[in-house]
Design a protein around this ligand. Structure first.
Ligand code: DNO
Length: 396
């Protein structure tokens, strides 16, 4: 697999040299300063590419081109935004970056409730606490009708948790949930969030699914023509938030998305941590079923808890068989080499990492500190090399 590393561009506190020191050879990046649905200008894309290449790295994956909410709602100037998305694809293809990751989560991108949850090791992890999330939705956001989305016991537990929070803790919870995590295209305060949420009133899963399929039918042929591979990222977490549908959460969702535009250009980002947050997702079965259309792998995992909460675990220890997933991906690479597929090397990145060592006192992007990912990548590389040693065909 191609070892890659996510870099948030010139503002990322981690310089490109440190990425090379970690042993990654590919880079995952986006024009994070152009996130409101406008087309990415070719000169800006080429500038980013030159910067990456001057450090001796290659730009392997674009993550992500934001999909404007009006495309998901199919309202307002959504046609204009789809046209801009296609223009961005053209610029990316000209720059020779072969894979484009994107997501179709409504209103908010990936979501956590605690960005600095202390582990027994004394490091810190990102955490999604289902009770605290409900507490925010019910008692701080005071979303109309929210109580209908939770069981009475959950409402009671959320009340208890909320009552025990200091004002500062409430603020931190709110910031974690709506201010936008690294790479998220939207950042809200409470007023803006309420207004934006109102635009989604009455949107059913079927509406969002139709919007995604219509979008795919437009952009997949363009990607195909340009020689690009699209890789949709799953919902994180993979269930509805704020009463809004999420439709990239399960094996069934992935299957119907792939069928909606039946082209190799229409593929998946296999995010082990996101799909793995649901106990009913069988990750090994999914990696087997979808392997030919997996264009990008996010290797990270979570520990699931009984009440729907989870925290981000060690890369190799959590609720998923990571070694099994890697073995399946290496098997897919072998099949691709045997059938002469040009894309036989699947880009992977260590997704997130614990906050460790000196990073604890540094300014870091939550989940994207240096040492935690360095450790994650080293462990994952060990698994890849171990498997390739045991099964020599995997070595290529
Ligand atoms: C978090 C992520 C998300 C994800 C994007 C994909 O670390 O996995 O930023 O990459 O939502 O579009």
């Amino acid at each position: 697999m191609k070892e890659t590393w996510r870099w948030f561009g010139p503002l990322d506190p981690i310089p490109l040299d440190q990425i090379k020191q970690a042993g990654a050879t590919g880079l995952v990046s986006a024009l994070h300063h152009i996130y409101r649905g406008e087309a990415w200008p070719l000169d800006e894309v080429l500038k980013r590419k030159a910067e990456i290449e001057s450090a001796g790295l290659v730009w392997s994956v674009v993550e992500s081109i934001p999909v404007h909410n009006s495309i998901k709602l199919r309202s307002g100037p959504y046609r204009q935004y789809i046209a801009a998305w296609k223009d961005s694809l053209a610029a990316i293809a000209k720059a020779g970056v072969p894979v484009v990751c994107y997501n179709f989560m409504p209103l908010v991108d990936w979501t956590r409730t605690n960005l600095k949850w202390r582990l027994p090791s004394t490091g810190y992890a990102l955490r999604f606490d289902a009770v605290d999330f409900a507490a925010y939705d019910l008692f701080l956001l005071e979303r109309p009708g929210a109580e209908l989305d939770y069981a009475p016991e959950r409402v009671a537990a959320a009340r208890t948790s909320f009552d025990s929070m200091s004002e500062k803790q409430q603020e931190e919870l709110e910031r974690a949930i709506i201010a936008g995590l690294p790479g998220a295209e939207s950042s809200y305060n409470r007023k803006l969030f309420r207004e934006s949420r109102a635009e989604w009133e009455g949107v059913a899963p079927g509406d969002l699914r139709s919007a995604l399929f219509a979008f795919l039918q437009e952009v997949v042929p363009v990607a195909d023509e340009l020689g690009l591979r699209l890789a949709i990222h799953p919902d994180d977490p993979p269930w509805p938030l704020f009463g809004l549908p999420r439709i990239v959460s399960t094996a069934g969702d992935a299957r119907s998305i792939l069928a909606a535009a039946d082209s190799a250009a229409n593929g998946l980002t296999f995010c082990v941590g996101s799909y793995g947050a649901r106990a009913d997702n069988d990750l090994l079965a999914m990696v087997d079923e979808f392997a030919p259309r997996i264009h990008f792998a996010h290797l990270r995992q979570v520990v699931r808890e009984a009440d729907g909460s989870f925290y981000e675990a060690e890369h190799l220890h959590g609720s998923t068989d990571m070694v099994g997933v890697i073995r399946a991906l290496l098997g897919e690479e072998l099949r691709r080499r045997r059938t002469n597929r040009r894309d036989h090397e699947i880009p992977m990145r260590p997704d997130h990492g614990h906050l460790l060592a000196d990073d604890i006192i540094k300014k870091t992007n939550p989940g994207y500190s240096y040492v935690g990912r360095l450790k994650g990548l080293a462990e994952l590389r060990g698994v890849m090399q171990g498997l390739s040693h045991a099964i020599p065909e995997f070595a290529g």
